[in-house]
Structure formats: C-alpha cells, structure tokens
Design a protein around this ligand. Sequence first.
Ligand code: SF4
Length: 368
Amino acid sequence: MDVCFRWNKKNTYSLAALAPLVPDALKVKKPHDGVMIYSFATRQKDSIFSEVKKADTESIFIAGGPHPSGAPEETLEYFDCVVIGEGEETLPELVDAIKSGRDISTVKGIAYKDDSGKIIITDRREPVDLDKYPCFDPDIVMSPLEISRGCPFRCRYCQTPRLFGNKMRHRSIDNIVKYARYYRDLRFTSSNSMAYGSDGIHPRFDKVEKLLSALKDTGARDIFFGTFPSEVRPEFVTNDSLELITKYCTNSKVSLGAQSGSDRILREILRGHTVDDVVQSLELCFDHGITPIVDFMVGFPDETEEEQDMSLELIQWICKKGGNVHSHYLTPLPGTPYVDVKTSPVSKRYKKVMGKLALTGQATGTWE
Ligand code: SF4
C-alpha cells in the first residue's frame, strides 16, 4: 500500500518535519491510491475538502495540522482520520496500524468515526521531546529551524498553545547546530524566539547567547533571529536581547507582536502585556537602530471605532519613527475560544490610513 504526502507550497514546514518519520512515503500533488496524508490551515480547508470529496481513488485520507486539529468533527466529514496536535509520534503509529490492518482505536491523539458513524477521539498524547525528531530531512525538504514549541500564554485568537501546549519546549543547542550546518542563512520558528531556553515568561538571554554563539561557530553566513517566520513578544525586547541581535545576527529588523493600541482589547484577548510595554519595546528598538516590524490585528469582537483609532495612533507613530506594520483582520480559528465570535467591522478611517501607509510600503497585510 502506497503512503503519500499531499504536497503543496503552503504545508512545506509541517511536511518537512513529518516526511522523515514516514520515510518511504511519496510526495504527490493529487489524490493517489493508498494512504493520503494532508496537513493544512483554515485558509486552505475549502480547496482541500473539495479535492478529497471529488477524489475517485482508493484512498484512506488522513488529515493533520492546525485546522483538522481544531475542527476534527468538520474534517471527518471528508477525511477518515484526523491526527490531533503534534504528529511526530501519532502519524507513524497510525500509518503503521492502517498498513498492517490493526485496530486504530489504540492510537493516541487521533479522531475517527467508528462503524456506527460516531466520532471517537482517543487519549491525548504527551508533548514530544523535540530532540528526538529531526527538524527536516535535507533529502526531502528543508524548513526554518524549529527551536521551540508551545507557549505559556493563551491569547484567545491563537492556535499555538492549543496545538502544542502551554509549556514551552526547546530543541537543544547541539541538535539545532546539527541542522544549522545545512544552511548558510539561518532562520527559525518559535512562538517567541527570544524566549529560547526559558519558560516563555522569564527570559534566559544567557541561553539565547549560547545558542547564537554556537550557530556563529558553524560558519553560518547570516543569522536572522527574531524575524519572520518567528516573532518576539514586547517584554522580551530589552537592551540585552537587542545587543545579542546586534552582536550575532545579520538582521537589522525585529518582528514583534503588538496586536492593539487599546489596553482594554489587550486585556480582553489575554495578550499578557500592555500598550506601554509595546511602546517601551519599540523605543528600545529605535535606540538600538533596529527597525521594528509590528504585528496588529483588527476586527476583535466588540472592538469600537475609538479602539481602532488607538491602534492607528500607535501605527502612525511607529511608521513616523521609521518602523513598519503588518496588520490583518481577525480570523476566528478552530480550536480557539474565538472560533465562533462575531468579528467587528473595520472603520473607514482605519482602511484609509492603512491604505496610505501601504502605498508608501510601511504597512502590509489584509485588514478588510
Ligand atoms: S499569539 Fe503568541 S504569545 Fe499569544 S498564545 Fe499565540 S504564540 Fe503565544
């Protein structure tokens, strides 16, 4: 029985991590007979559900990733099994059970329908030890280096702590260095890269420095830390952390999450920091000659025009000082407390100001 990963440009990071665990699997761009493995986010769900619905292959369809994990019931309308949360242990075990005709009910961390059509969700799995699993298989596909997983915060709109848990886990420096040797330019994924080595709340910049120093010793040409696809929480932007960037890294920009210029909204979404924390972190960036790229969201439930104006005021201040902004409209994601919320309309003024900033290249994103 063939085992196949459904490959597309949007899921290369998750497949980079999973492909080495099912080493004989094929990479395919359409349904194929055998076991078909998909990984996707909410944005891709419509096209993927449609593809699976129309498939005329003899396949067992497995889904994993952010959307299926948060919405297993919906996913099981199209798929045979859902891997919930981390796939490193669950996926190989599930594939093995299917191939050998064993009962899948003993596989932890999955959802499926039994013979009567009832949805069964098996026991949750413990979070994995990242060092036991490769970042990627260089013969298959490479991705940014995942240095940490999980997040101690519980921002209401975010899937990360729901998928990966509230305890931050880190790949060891030795393990990161092993995979870093494949690259000349290094980029990383983490819920908060400056929280490397810590519990995600109390910084351990000594450990961040050990990591950056070890990476520098690999002969890497460029190290991009605290930039896309990772970001930094405002309270982790300090003189010490910015000095580490200046000392070891190529980037002169840092991506950080502000989300709103309203303290009421920040409290409501459980961000765990204030507007003052954001401003303080931005001032530090400017003092150190580092350009902040600041993430904002708009359309929170019950967000008023005045609260959107507060975000705009902060956005305009950032842009005036030379920073950049990335703004997007709130997407209520499955598996989060915001899954069913009613988003708020975006004010005319927000659209107008952001449109102007987009024309000058200072703002990017989709806020409509
Ligand atoms: S938005 Fe960031 S800080 Fe908040 S829960 Fe998600 S990963 Fe954690």
